[in-house]
Ligand binder design. Structure first.
Ligand code: 0X9
Ligand code: ZN
Length: 581
């Protein structure tokens, strides 16, 4: 709608945008969609070996658009530049090879294919989809399975587009259980990532009842997928500039765009981000200056149940984890590496591709203000970043035939990250009451607990929880050292039931025993007291019962309130004496 308004304004009235009654989302909104599509005639993408900081400086003079970013020293990176500068590049002594000999040919072929009317019967994943089609698909998934899905709207982007996602779970919203978040398309041109995000949502919904692993994940957790975190940029990459990366903020100096993956507020402003507004890695004027990052933060921070996160990018075939801002290994490196290697193996098992895995900073390059550093550092999530196919043959303009295999292998990584997170702790029962519980006797419970992912929180990490006759949930910290913990369940009366369970909390998730799903508990019942007044259950009404009655004094315990006055008091002693023998 906005685009139509703009086209009309520009072509018929030529009014200045600010005075034309366009919603005041930004002082001077971009006339996105009114421009002719950007062309890349005579442009190439090269892979360059940059050995020194001087090489990097020179490369930055020759190219405004790194397709992959450069490591601090050594290693290769991909750059788009006019073919006419290849002579200067050769002269600089930088070693390079041409990866894409004509960017315009690639972009044009894709555009032609995508603007052709399509066979409606074709699989949705047969080709890339624009923002409207993605939003329609999210709505269709909700319509298909309203019992599993709902739309999540984070609010609006710089230009007023909704940042939308989908929640998928068998449990109602608000249930206490681990959460998983998948984000894609912080970078507009990374269409392979967008489709991978959609595939994750699609598979979880379509196979919810037929795939046992998916079914189990949806039983034990809630899954959120945000396929397009940068809706303005994504739309712009379809209408106007196929190679747009940043959001569509009009910067103070007149250029457009903040790199959303340099705008997050953990380690913001450090290495591998630019202060230059025209740079493809411009970090923005301050952390969370952009609505696209700030609104996600405001949604995610209160959701302390979110155990793990995967941010989807393109391209290079990598699986990365924190930190990006520093080369120091993060405190949970052991967990990140263990789950990361398992996810890497899961990717390889699908189509045989080996994604390179490791911390962002030391595996590719320093990058500060990235979402993974924030999601882990500020929100405590096991946060990964995948860079999907390919390794540079087509780069961002991936052939449509690669969509499904790319999505399949990254879905395997997503499943591994979720399943491993759900194994947060292994809890084994050493001793505790069974289905029959003796009345009036406290019940000891002991367990062994080991953390599979993350570290067991030191204080209050293992809790014994119970309900008597379905009443209020009670909780007590289980004490002990190492992996051994013990606690005590309170005595219950004749004919009462006791439901109890154990929760263990690591830095990433809460694990529940006997099963790791909401509501899972073990229940025991005390026998019906055969003789009224036989409070200690020894078969006789005798002096032992007076002692029990005195212990219940002042309570409303129905077994001891023999005269039915509502309180256990002196009157009940008289009643008990009458029952003696
Ligand atoms: O530089 C980036 O933002 C990502 N690569 S991309 O080519 N898609 O732009 C890598 C992100 C690494 N992860 C974080 N720093 N969070
Ligand atoms: Zn990216």
């Amino acid at each position: 709608m906005r685009r139509t308004a703009w086209t009309m304004l520009v072509s018929t009235t030529c009014l200045a945008p600010a005075s034309a009654g366009v919603p005041p989302v930004q002082a001077l909104p971009a006339p996105d969609g009114a421009e002719a599509p950007a062309r890349f005639d005579g442009e190439v993408v090269v892979r360059a070996m940059l050995r020194t900081p001087r090489d990097l400086l020179r490369m930055n003079q020759l190219s405004q658009d790194p397709w992959t970013h450069a490591p601090a020293a050594g290693g290769t990176s991909d750059w788009r530049l006019p073919r006419s500068r290849l002579g200067a590049l050769r002269q600089s002594g930088i070693e390079f090879e041409v990866m894409i000999p004509d960017v315009q040919v690639l972009v044009e072929a894709e555009r032609e294919r995508l603007t052709k009317p399509r066979d409606k019967g074709l699989d949705w994943f047969a080709d890339f989809k624009n923002l409207a089609a993605i939003n329609a698909r999210l709505d269709a998934l909700v319509a298909l399975r309203p019992d599993l899905c709902s739309i999540v709207d984070l609010g609006t982007s710089v230009q007023g587009r909704s940042i939308r996602g989908i929640r998928i779970s068998r449990q109602p919203a608000g249930t206490v259980m681990p959460g998983f978040v998948f984000t894609a398309t912080q970078h507009a041109r990374e269409w392979g990532g967008t489709m991978t995000g959609m595939w994750i949502a699609d598979r979880m919904v379509e196979a919810a009842d037929t795939d046992a692993r998916i079914s189990a994940v949806l039983q034990a957790s809630e899954v959120f997928v945000f396929p397009v975190c940068n809706p303005d940029g994504y739309e712009y990459s379809w209408t106007t500039n196929r190679l747009w990366r940043k959001n569509r903020r009009l910067n103070s100096g007149g250029s457009y765009g903040v790199d959303l993956n340099r705008n997050w507020g953990f380690g913001w402003g450090g290495a591998g981000a630019s202060t230059n507004q025209s740079s493809e890695t411009y970090r923005g004027p301050s952390a969370f200056s952009e609505p696209e990052t700030a609104k996600f933060r405001d949604w995610a921070l209160p959701r302390t149940n979110i155990a793990a996160h995967l941010d989807i990018h393109a391209y290079s075939e990598l699986l990365l984890w924190p930190w990006g801002y520093t080369s120091t290994l993060c405190p949970d490196e052991a967990s990140f590496a263990r789950v990361g290697r398992a996810a890497q193996a899961a990717i390889e098992a699908v189509h045989g591709l080996t994604y390179t895995a490791g911390p962002v900073n030391t595996t590719i390059y320093p990058a500060s203000g990235g979402v993974c550093d924030w999601a882990y550092g500020s929100a405590g999530q096991l946060s990964y970043c995948t860079e999907v196919r390919d390794t540079g043959t087509y780069g961002f303009v991936m052939p449509a035939s690669e969509i499904v295999p790319t999505a399949q292998e990254n879905f395997a990584a997503a499943m591994t990250i979720m399943e491993e997170s759900l194994r947060g702790c292994s809890i084994t029962l050493v001793g505790g009451p069974g289905a029959a519980i003796a009345a009036g006797v406290a019940q000891p419970v002991s367990v062994t607990v080991t953390a599979n992912v993350g570290t067991l929180l030191a204080t209050n990490a293992v809790r014994l929880k119970w309900q008597v006759n379905g009443g209020a949930v009670q909780s007590a910290t289980m004490t002990g050292s190492g992996s051994s913990r013990s606690g005590t369940l309170p005595p219950i009366d004749c004919d009462q039931s006791l439901s109890w369970w154990v929760e263990a909390e690591t830095s990433f998730a809460v694990t529940r025993w006997p099963d790791n799903v909401p509501g899972s508990a073990r229940t025991g019942v005390a026998p019906v007291c055969a003789v009224p007044g036989d409070l200690d259950g020894n078969g006789l009404v005798d002096s032992g019962d007076i002692a029990v009655l005195l212990l219940r004094f002042g309570t409303a315990d129905p077994a001891a309130d023999l005269d039915g006055s509502g309180t256990v008091d002196a009157g009940d002693i008289s009643s008990l004496l009458l029952l003696f023998g």
